[in-house]
Design a protein around this ligand. Sequence first.
Ligand code: SAM
Length: 248
Amino acid sequence: MSHPDDRKDFAAHQVAQSRALGADRDVFNGSTDYMLSIDKYDYSYLWNWMGVPIIQMPADVMATQEVIWETKPDVIIETGVARGGSVLFMASLLELMGHGQVIGVDIDIRAHNRDSIESHPMSRRVTLIEGGSVDDGVLAAVRAEIPEGARVMVVLDSDHSRDHVLAECRAYGAMVTPGCYMVVADTMIGHVEEKEAPLNRSKKWFVGNEPLSALRDYMGECDLFEIDGALNGKLILSSSPGGYVRRK
Ligand SMILES: C[S@@+](CC[C@H](N)C(=O)[O-])C[C@H]1O[C@@H](n2cnc3c(N)ncnc32)[C@H](O)[C@@H]1O
């Protein structure tokens, strides 16, 4: 029995339902409440990528995979390496795709975390740069790693204070090439009031001093990026709803 080729219809249905989901505030608010309840158990700290802790919600791992496959960047810059799972995750995709390099920037790359990354089978696709993500020397070192004409994607996942993320957007936004993405992580905090703010973090962030405010300010001062409504619509149980923006 033959079946009609429904791939286009299936993809269109995915987009329509994702956008509809994104417009459903009740679901989104329920998702935020649920995330705060599971954060008591450090939910986003419970996962590993190929044996190395990745401090992400599973939905964001999938969303990042979609973006990388769709845009096929040559270089992915991530600020905020922590234990290395996210740089290794993105490096794995680049390895499967046969090209590309992840540049991981962190102010504090501890010896054991560097060892996890540098001894990993995906390590050849990772370059580590230690230092503050918006320091001039670090920015120069990052730029020096980007080959001429490379397609560049950026993930900002370091210090989540508004001022720092805004400074990162200004420093790294223009490095993103047209059609590629900038992912501003932890925009979910932009929906969390001070009294609900998680306390199990190095700093306490809540609405007003967080990445979503920074991204809104940045998008207000330059016209480089647009929000991907279909992708962001399905980002419930995600740390970064509204944080996936595409360079025009
Ligand atoms: C949320 S963790 C990163 C998680 C990682 N991306 C992952 O998914 O597994 C934040 C990291 O940002 C780093 N960091 C904090 N402030 C920074 C700064 N000013 N510049 C660069 N890295 C910074 C911290 O050392 C920490 O390792």
